[in-house]
Design a protein around this ligand. Structure first.
Ligand code: ATP
Length: 718
């Protein structure tokens, strides 16, 4: 099995070798492997090789990035909530500290009561003060926690809106890039995750303070500071050992895919009986349900106990018993050292007193009873805090890494090269030309879809492009709109030239080119806005001018059916409704079922009606002064013959001398009016001329391509 997944941030394509665990970059076999592969149950799991614990330089580099992202995020959040944010930071950190302070206040009471019990002197007022302090602090902590939760929502909302806005801006700014990198989209985390990343960071800070105070507190509880320090060190041994020794993929980057043939077959069979399209095949192909059932059971038996559980969980399950026992021992070091202490005290010199808990037992006089009881509890609190700190800290770092990717993406510039010229204003449209154009789509460079195409279009001409399916007609239009560009990556290979008014099309500013062009294709989308807006956005300056919109709707053939709708021009076809989550018994007859179904407000219109709205939008574009070129790609494929004839006529009447290129399969109305017909076949321009010229064209006594197409259509419709 040879797979070629993309695994590294620098886009190395890595060859996966079935027999080796470590994968190298095939382009440079000498380089260090960057990913490794393991088999977990039914999955092949590929994970990144991360820096080792001792690779300080790698950690330092990572840290520098994390710190700069945290700084930038802090500045951004401070601008959004200059007063609330610092207060919220305080509240979040305070919440981490509060349980410790409460516990400390409780211990103070306990110590005073103990002194009273042993000495017979009860400091009643002092005890009452200590109790009152605890009660007041508890009430204050609850109030701060309540305020923190409320403020958290406000700050979170502001951050979500800000980052949603940034992403929106990026998406609306970036050009439609057919070769766009899907990684960009994947990097766009949900905006609320930005706040979660920051909150994890704050919680981590709170926990650090709590850990420091707990350490300090333990020092005050123990009789000697040296012993306390050593005692505390024991609590750091286990988490450190776990970090260094235990490998986990929960916090690593990894990808996995099931490669077990039995499991994959079960998945395929499951999809057959689940998906509506394939379920239909079961019904119309006789009794294949029984066969599928047999096959499913066969695959299930063959799979046996091979696990399909979540790969990260399976990874943890591989832990060896010695390792588990070692960690347990390290976690319980204080008890183990207790034995050592007893033996040391009994048999060895007293300088071996390295452990305070044991000290307390061996020299109980140095401890009070309550201190003796508090020490393990303090140790437990410290251990819990350390454990949670590790989790929150990792989450915070992962969150910051995601925020960095988000920042990077929203700042990605448009990859398409922009020009510097504006299209000159003219009442006669633009002149266009292609010179020896050869073009292959970026995703399939092996196949030229245009080969040596050359033609010239004079300003104001009506041009019709005809030809068989897949002959490259739409591709010609895409080059004029710069949805795609001719490949110029290799200066030694000439792929030809596309020009506008005699200059290379890439010399013009994209915004200028797009403003001067009206495009109408067969697959326009109706936006989830009102029908009036859907037409009006053709000319945003007149988007509220109903008279102009209605006039354009009439030209596009949409006015009649829109006016018949209950909401007329205010109809929104697919309004977006956000249903965050639901919890009710869908299968039951709960009244919530009906309410839920009522959320769906979709209104359907026919394919032809959609095309009429798109055409109306194009007529709206023609009301802007900038338009000099109209490109229409089979805009009438869903229209009835009358609708099509009217649309063509309206375009001819309303183009006001602008250059117009029409791609169509319907020869006749337009081609007879055309100044120039371009006839395409297999990516080549095989004929060009007027209708009469092409009809008279003969090659070796045979009629030309256009003439043949025309005759076929004439026969079919007569
Ligand atoms: N995005 C794309 N990526 C790769 N190949 C494409 C892409 N779009 C079109 N093609 C291929 O380019 C060739 C020309 O396609 P094009 O859409 O220009 O043909 P057409 O003449 O407009 O066809 P039709 O009359 O069916 O609309 C076809 O072989 C098509 O499969």
């Amino acid at each position: 099995m040879n797979q070629e997944p993309r695994g590294t941030s620098n886009d190395l394509v890595l060859a996966m070798d079935k027999n080796s665990k470590v994968i190298k970059n095939p382009k440079d076999p000498s380089c260090e492997p960057t990913t490794k592969k393991i088999r977990l149950g039914v999955y092949d799991v590929f994970s990144m090789r991360e820096a080792t614990f001792l690779d300080f330089y790698a950690h330092w580099r990572k840290w520098k990035i994390h710190v700069s992202v945290a700084k930038r995020l802090t500045t951004d959040i401070l601008t959004l909530a200059p007063t609330l944010f610092p207060l919220l930071c305080f509240a979040t950190i305070f919440q981490r500290m509060a349980p410790l302070v409460l516990w400390h206040l409780f211990n103070r009471c306990l110590l005073m009561i103990e002194v009273g019990l042993t000495d017979g002197r009860f400091e009643t007022v002092a005890i009452a003060h200590a109790v009152a302090a605890r009660v007041v602090f508890a009430a204050m902590a609850a109030a701060i926690a309540w305020w923190g939760r409320k403020t958290d929502f406000i700050v979170q909302t502001r951050i979500v809106q800000r980052f949603d806005g940034l992403v929106f801006q990026w998406k609306s700014r970036t050009d439609l890039r057919p070769e766009a990198d899907p990684k960009d989209e994947n990097a766009l985390i949900a905006s609320h995750m930005v706040w979660y990343a920051y909150r994890d960071l704050l919680i981590t800070m709170g926990r650090s303070l709590a850990i420091l105070s707990e350490l300090f507190y333990i020092c005050t509880l123990t009789s000697s500071n040296t012993e306390a320090v050593i005692y505390v060190i024991f609590f750091f041994v286990e988490p450190f050992a776990r970090d260094i020794l235990q490998e986990s993929i929960w916090n690593k980057r990894w990808v996995a895919a099931s490669s077990d043939p039995n499991f994959n077959r079960m998945a395929s069979l499951k999809s057959i009986v689940t998906e509506p399209e394939t379920k239909q095949e079961i019904s119309i192909n006789g009794n294949i349900g029984e066969y599928l059932n047999r096959e499913y059971n066969k695959a299930r038996r063959a799979l046996g106990d091979t696990s399909a559980s979540y790969p990260a969980a399976q990874y943890d399950n591989r832990e060896r018993v010695e390792f588990t026992v070692l960690l347990a021992l390290l976690g319980d070091l204080h008890m183990a050292s207790f034995c050592l202490k007893i033996y040391a005290a009994a048999y060895m010199a007293t300088w071996f007193q390295f452990y305070s808990f044991a000290s307390a037992i061996v020299h109980p006089s140095t401890f009070t009873l309550s201190k003796f009881a508090m020490l393990p509890k303090a140790a437990d609190l410290l251990a819990d805090e350390l454990r949670d700190f590790r989790v929150d800290f990792r989450n915070a770092l992962n969150g910051l890494a995601s925020v960095k990717r988000l920042y990077d993406v929203v700042e990605t510039p448009n990859t398409r090269k922009d020009g510097i010229l504006d299209i000159e204003k003219s009442d006669n449209g633009v002149a266009l030309a292609m010179e020896n154009v050869c073009f292959a789509y970026p995703n399939d460079k092996s196949k030229n879809v245009l080969t040596n195409v050359s033609f010239t279009i004079k300003p104001g001409q009506l041009v019709v492009i005809v030809g068989t399916n897949g002959s490259g007609k739409s591709t010609l239009l895409k080059l004029f709109t710069r949805l795609y560009d001719i490949d110029t990556s290799d200066p030694d290979v000439d792929h030809g030239k596309v020009t506008v008014n005699g200059r290379s099309i890439s010399d013009y500013k994209l915004t200028s080119l797009r403003s001067a062009t009206a495009v109408l294709t067969q697959d326009h989308h109706i936006l989830p806005l009102s029908l009036a807006e859907n037409i009006g956005i053709g000319n945003v300056k007149a988007v509220s001018d109903m008279a102009v919109i209605q006039e354009c709707a009439r030209k596009g053939g949409a006015d009649e059916f829109i006016s018949k709708r209950a909401d007329g021009y205010d109809t929104v076809l697919e309004p977006a409704t956000v249903i965050p989550a639901y919890y009710f018994d869908e299968a039951g007859d709960s009244p919530l079922n009906d309410i839920y179904k009522g959320f769906e407000k979709k209104t359907e219109i026919s394919g032809g009606e959609r095309q009429r709205i798109a055409a109306s939008r194009t007529f709206m574009r023609l009301t802007t002064e900038e338009i000099q070129l109209i490109l229409a790609d089979e805009p009438s494929s869903n229209l009835d013959p009358r609708g099509e004839a009217e649309l063509f006529q309206n375009f001819i009447d309303n183009r006001q001398g602008k250059t117009m290129i029409f791609v169509t399969h319907r020869l006749g109305i337009l081609t007879k009016e055309a100044d120039l017909i371009l006839c395409m076949k297999n990516g080549e321009l095989v004929e060009k001329g007027t209708h009469d010229e092409l009809m008279d064209l003969r090659r070796d006594g045979e009629p030309g391509e256009y003439s043949k197409l025309y005759e076929i259509q004439a026969r079919a419709f007569n």
